[in-house]
Design a protein around this ligand. Structure first.
Ligand code: IMP
Ligand code: MG
Length: 171
């Protein structure tokens, strides 16, 4: 396993994203919508770098099954989420094909939020099978499958403090 982003690099980026969001959403009481499960570490750190009142909520999406390749079909669980009349920010761990984000953006737009933006920590190069804009972006990374900082491979490695590239020996 090879470290791609260190704990310090991530912390620095999360601080800067938190500062940007705090400035842009002053007085707007935004709701951050975390995409389970990969978002949990990022969201927990990000919300503590946001210095204005805000709330959090969650959706659950999955397109990967157990492997490393997207199935191409997004399944979701919206719980009782409702962003009508709110300023909403989708918080994603990683954008690969963009299908998940495209799907979520459509679903949330139908609820008529006051605004809807996207914050993603990691973005892969071939990201854009779906036409989505990432308003707050952490890092552009290569196309390799990565784990850590919330990201898993078959539910493993979410607890790593850094982001690493997996290879076959890690299976
Ligand atoms: P997309 O719909 O292809 O953009 O996939 C987005 C979701 O797939 C992310 O929210 C992750 O949960 C998962 N995913 C995509 N790439 C990776 C990766 O390299 N490691 C772990 N999970 C990934
Ligand atoms: Mg995810």
């Amino acid at each position: 396993m090879k470290i791609l982003l260190t704990e310090e690099q991530i912390a620095e980026k999360v601080r800067s994203l938190g500062a940007q969001l705090s400035g842009d959403y002053r007085g707007k009481n935004p709701v951050l919508i975390g995409c389970l499960k990969g978002c949990v570490v990022f969201l927990a750190d990000l919300m503590r770098q946001i210095t204005i009142p805000h709330s959090i909520d969650f959706v659950r999406t999955s397109s990967y099954g157990k492997g490393r390749v997207s199935t191409g079909t997004v399944r979701s669980e919206m719980f009782d989420l409702n962003v009508r009349g709110r300023h909403a920010v989708i918080v994603e761990d990683i954008v690969d094909t963009g299908l998940t984000l495209g799907y979520l953006t459509d679903a949330l737009t139908r609820q008529e939020p006051l605004s809807l933006k996207v914050c993603a920590l990691l973005v892969k190069p071939e990201a854009y099978l779906a036409p989505v804009t990432i308003d707050y972006k952490g890092f552009d990374i290569p196309g390799d499958f990565v784990v850590g900082y919330g990201l898993d491979w078959g539910e493993r490695y979410r607890d790593l403090p850094h982001v690493a590239v997996v290879d076959e020996q890690d299976a």
